[in-house]
Design a protein around this ligand. Structure first.
Ligand code: SF4
Length: 432
C-alpha cells in the first residue's frame, strides 16, 4: 500500500480522490471531497503501513502514538515486541521506535515487520550513535551520515520520521541570550546542538532541507518536524527559544507543503494548563494548519510515577482545542525506560485523553459511543458495558472484586442501587 500511491498531497491538489482518501473517509465517517481538500491543503496527512492507511489532522479522530525502543541499559528485542503488542491491543494508532541500544537496524526491521500500525523513527539517534562508535565523537559525524540514515529508515518502510529541522544557529543564539532553567530535553535536539556548536556549522537538516524533501518524495515519507527546543519544565514554557524554533518550523512547513510533502509539526511537552490553547493556536497559525503532534502535554512537573495522568489531562485539553496527534506518556516518564505494564497504562491514559478531546471537538463517533455506554449503565447491561470499556480485563477484575449478591447491580450500593430504585418507581424508559 505504501508505494501504491505516490504523494497523496499531489493527487489531492489535482482534485483526484485516491483510494487512501476514500478509505480514510470511510474509517472516520467524514465527507470524502472535503477530506481530499484538507489533504491538498496540508491540514490532514496520510500515513501508510502495509495495507493500512491512517489519517491525522483537522476534522478527524485524535490519534495517539506509543513510543517503544531499547536503551543502552535495557536492550531486549522480545520485550520491545511485547510492548508493541500491548500498545496495539489497547488501541495505539502509531508506534515510534526510539531504540538507542543494541542492533538498531535489526530492532527497527522487526518492529516494522510485526507492527499493524504505522511506524515512526528518529533517525538522528542512530546517525549519532553510529558516528560515535565509528569516529569516537559526535563532532566527527559527517553531514551525509544523517541523510544516509534517514534513507535507510525509509527503505525499511517507516511511515514517518521526526526531524529537528527548525533548530538552527539563530535559535541557539536566542537560547544563549535567554537562558533557561530547564535547558533542553529533546534527545535529538541535544545531539544537534552539540554538533552545531562544536563544528560551528548550521544544522544540516535545516541547511539541506531540500535534500530531506527529496528523500520524503522518493519514499512517500511523512516528515514530523521535531521541537528540539521544547522546554524541559513548566518554568520555561512558551519561551522565546521555543517560539523561535516554531517560527522556523512554520517557514519549513509551508516550503515543504508547496512541494507536496506531508508535514506534521511537533510541540511541547511541559505546558501549564492555561497555555495549552495558546500553543495550539500558534502552531496552527504559524504552520499553515499542519497537524499538531503534542508530547502529552504534561501539565505539572510534581508527579513522577503518574505522568500518564498529567499527560492525559494535558492531552484531553490539547485535543479538545485542536491538537491532532498525542504522544503518550507513561508512568515511567522521567524515571526509567517503560516496561510492558507502563506502556499499557500510557496507551490507555492517552486513549482516554484523545476520546475526551474528541467529544469536545464534536466527533460524532466519539459522542455516540459514550451515549451507548450511558444506556448500557442505566440498563445495568454489564456485558455491553464491558464490551464498550477500553480496559475489559480491569472491568472484569473490579466488577468481581467482592462477591455479587445481586447480579444486576454492583457492590457499591447493592440493594440500594439508585438506578434500580428510580427505574422501579418512576419507570424511566431507556434504550434505543
Ligand atoms: S449499585 Fe450504585 S454504583 Fe452500582 S450500578 Fe447501581 S447505582 Fe451504580
Amino acid at each position: 500500500m505504501k508505494n501504491m500511491f505516490s504523494l497523496e498531497k499531489e493527487l489531492a491538489k489535482k482534485g483526484i480522490i485516491s483510494e487512501a482518501v476514500k478509505k480514510i473517509a470511510e474509517q472516520e465517517n467524514v465527507e470524502v471531497e472535503r477530506l481530499g481538500e484538507k489533504v491538498a491543503e496540508g491540514k490532514v496527512v496520510i500515513l501508510k503501513h502495509k495495507d493500512k492507511v491512517l489519517g491525522i489532522g483537522e476534522g478527524l479522530r485524535t490519534k495517539i502514538n506509543a513510543n517503544i525502543g531499547t536503551s543502552p541499559d535495557v536492550c531486549d528485542l522480545e520485550l520491545e515486541i511485547k510492548k508493541l503488542e500491548i500498545a496495539e491491543k489497547y488501541g495505539t494508532d502509531t508506534i515510534m521506535d526510539l531504540s538507542i541500544g543494541g542492533d538498531i537496524d535489526k530492532i527497527r526491521k522487526k518492529i516494522i515487520e510485526k507492527s499493524n500500525v504505522p511506524v515512526g523513527t528518529v533517525p538522528i539517534y542512530q546517525a549519532v550513535i553510529e558516528s560515535i562508535e565509528k569516529n569516537g565523537a559526535i563532532i566527527k559525524m559527517p553531514e551525509d551520515k544523517i541523510f544516509e540514515t534517514i534513507e535507510r529508515h525509509a527503505i525499511d518502510g517507516v511511515s514517518f520520521i521526526t526531524v529537528h529541522c527548525g533548530l538552527n544557529l539563530k535559535a541557539i543564539e536566542r537560547l544563549k541570550k535567554n537562558p533557561r532553567k530547564s535547558l533542553v530535553v529533546s534527545r535529538g535536539g541535544a545531539f544537534l546542538i552539540m554538533w552545531m556548536i562544536m563544528n560551528e556549522k548550521e544544522n544540516p537538516l535545516y541547511k539541506n532541507f531540500d535534500r530531506l524533501i527529496e528523500i520524503a518524495r522518493r519514499y512517500d515519507l511523512v516528515l514530523s518536524l521535531g521541537d528540539g527546543l521544547r522546554p524541559g519544565g513548566l518554568i520555561d514554557s512558551t519561551d522565546s527559544s521555543q517560539i523561535e524554533e516554531l517560527l522556523t518550523l512554520g517557514e519549513l512547513t509551508k516550503y515543504a507543503q508547496e512541494r507536496n510533502i506531508q508535514i506534521i509539526v511537533e510541540g511541547p511537552g511541559h505546558i501549564p494548563i492555561n497555555e495549552i490553547e495558546t500553543n495550539i493556536q500558534l502552531e496552527k497559525k504559524i504552520c499553515n494548519g499542519a497537524p499538531f503532534y503534542v508530547l502529552g502535554p504534561i501539565v505539572t512537573d510534581i508527579a513522577p510515577g503518574y505522568d500518564h495522568i498529567t499527560g492525559a489531562i494535558g492531552g484531553a485539553i490539547a485535543a479538545w482545542k485542536g491538537a491532532d496527534f498525542l504522544c503518550y506518556v507513561t508512568p515511567s516518564e522521567h524515571l526509567s525506560l517503560p516496561g510492558v505494564e507502563e506502556v499499557k497504562e500510557g496507551v490507555i491514559a492517552s486513549k482516554i485523553a484523545a476520546h475526551v478531546g474528541d467529544i469536545g471537538k464534536g466527533i460524532k463517533k466519539a459522542i455516540d459511543i459514550d451515549f451507548l455506554m450511558d444506556i448500557a449503565r442505566t440498563k445495568r447491561n454489564w456485558k455491553e458495558e464491558k464490551k464498550i470499556s477500553i480496559d475489559k480485563e480491569k472491568f472484569e477484575k473490579l466488577r468481581n472484586k467482592f462477591p455479587l449478591r445481586e447480579r444486576d447491580v454492583c457492590t457499591m450500593c447493592g440493594k440500594y442501587c439508585a438506578i434500580k430504585i428510580v427505574e422501579k418507581y418512576i419507570g424511566v424508559k431507556v434504550g434505543c
